[in-house]
Design a protein around this ligand. Structure first.
Ligand SMILES: NC(=O)c1ccc[n+]([C@@H]2O[C@H](COP(=O)([O-])OP(=O)(O)OC[C@H]3O[C@@H](n4cnc5c(N)ncnc54)[C@H](OP(=O)(O)O)[C@@H]3O)[C@@H](O)[C@H]2O)c1
Length: 407
């Protein structure tokens, strides 16, 4: 029986717990651990209510590899699914090596003091995982995650070479809060306010945050949204592993209301990540802001509308130019009805469960540290269709493809 340890009891952790519990033949015994055990217990009660399955809970400070390794040993976990914060990635990887366990996460490591998004720290574990015969799967969410697998699948089935990649993440959802982020506010705001980088001309090109935008009409009546170019971590691994890519860009939709609040918060210094002294105490403004913003895990009950996340890919096949658009549309209310969460947590949690399923089945369990595009995409793509994230692939005409080619 496979024992798995989930770390992190937030919006994403709740979805992973539910979705793992729904596949008992793979996830035989589940422990959900986090800094605050009462949050794990609340999720365990919901999982029991919706699926009838019992999951164990535990308290852990995952910044401490000794504590985490002890918990891995105590539970007998074969795999840790890390859906805590990116700050914990390296400490949990250390704990996995120490206790002899595989590792999966959904976001690359970031040091707390600087919003720096790169894989170098985790890629540096390659030899240690390979020598230990352990496997680490990086970025098994939607973006990164499914977007990496979409790219690998497109290369395998539609292209001889990929030349351009535009990843477009639209959240067309609405909720009843004046301002909220759809996943952890601290991580979300660090990402959105960082300088934009896209890949072109053989390297990363830096531009001002959110300075380039355009309208994008989603398929199937989801709507038309303004999408903004920004940096996202999968660009780094995709251009490394698919070296024929000449240009790669990431786009995300933001409403005028979100941008208005973001601008004010930035102008007044509330998105700063350096400590300031307040009443004799050092506080980080962004961490304080997180404490007063809505918990994204609580947005599900009031969120309506859909997400539409996908890749526009151009390249060549048999000497001819070709373009495809691969996408998933996910309905916030349907996610809430199924697992009590909004679609952003859902679209992250389902691929985390599916990446874990692939590892436990041995399909993706090679010693070393892997990004999703390095692995065979076929079984994962089939599982997306079965486990709540159905996707569509349409071929685009050169004219349609050109409309996405904003530089
Ligand atoms: N790839 C994707 O598509 C994608 C999309 C969205 C999010 N993500 C990633 O998913 C992860 C989870 O996001 P979320 O929205 O679920 O965040 P969240 O709601 O803030 O939940 C994070 C959880 O981690 C726990 N935690 C934090 N520090 C910890 C520590 N030192 N030890 C143990 N537990 C700790 C928190 O505990 P407390 O409750 O005690 O604070 C909380 O339960 C993040 O890394 C985010 O970047 C990935």
């Amino acid at each position: 029986m496979n024992q798995v340890l989930l770390i992190g009891a937030g919006g994403v952790g709740s979805v992973v717990a539910h979705k793992c519990a729904m596949v008992p033949e793979v996830f035989g015994a589940i422990t959900l651990a986090s800094r605050t055990q009462s949050k794990c217990e609340a999720i365990a009660a919901e999982v029991k209510h919706r699926t009838g399955r019992e999951i164990a809970t535990a308290q852990v400070d995952a910044d401490d590899p000794v504590q985490t390794a002890a918990l891995i040993r105590r539970t007998g976990a074969k795999l840790v699914i890390n859906v805590a914060l990116p700050y914990q990635d390296l400490a949990i990887m250390d704990a996995c090596l120490e206790a002899g366990c595989d590792y999966l996460d959904t976001a690359n490591y970031e040091p707390k003091e600087v919003a720096r998004f790169e894989y170098s720290w985790q890629w540096a574990y390659q030899d240690r995982f390979a020598k230990a015969g352990r496997c680490a799967l990086l970025g098994s969410g939607f973006d990164p995650g499914v977007t990496n697998v979409f790219t690998a699948w497109a290369l395998k089935h539609h292209f001889d070479e990929i030349h351009t990649l535009d990843i477009i993440d639209v959240n067309g959802g609405k909720h009843d809060k004046a301002f909220a982020t759809n996943f952890n506010p601290e991580i979300n705001l660090r990402e959105v306010t960082a300088p934009c980088r896209h890949f072109e001309g053989g390297g990363l090109v830096e531009t001002a945050p959110l300075s380039l935008h355009q309208a994008f009409t989603c398929p199937d009546g989801v709507g038309t949204f303004e999408i903004y170019r920004m940096y996202h971590e999968e660009l780094e691994s995709l251009v490394k592993h698919l070296p024929t890519i000449r240009r790669a860009q990431f786009w995300m939709s933001f409403s005028p209301n979100y941008l208005k609040h973001l601008e004010v918060l930035q102008n007044v210094g509330m998105t700063r990540i350096d400590p300031v002294v307040f009443h004799g105490l050092e506080i980080v403004p962004l961490q304080f802001l997180k404490a007063v913003l809505p918990d994204p895990g609580e947005l599900g009950k009031s969120t309506t509308g859909k997400t539409c996340i996908g890749n526009v890919i151009t390249g060549s096949k048999d000497g001819q130019a070709k373009a495809v658009y691969l996408y998933n549309i996910c309905d916030h209310e349907a996610c809430f009805a199924e697992v009590g969460s909004q679609a952003i947590s859902y679209t992250t949690g389902v691929p985390a469960m599916l990446g874990a399923k692939q590892m436990l089945a041995g399909e993706w369990r090679q010693p070393g540290v892997w990004n999703m595009e390095q692995l065979n995409p076929d079984a994962f793509m089939a599982d997306l269709q079965r486990h709540g994230l159905p996707w569509t692939c349409v071929e685009l005409t050169p004219q349609q493809a050109a409309s996405f080619q904003v530089a």
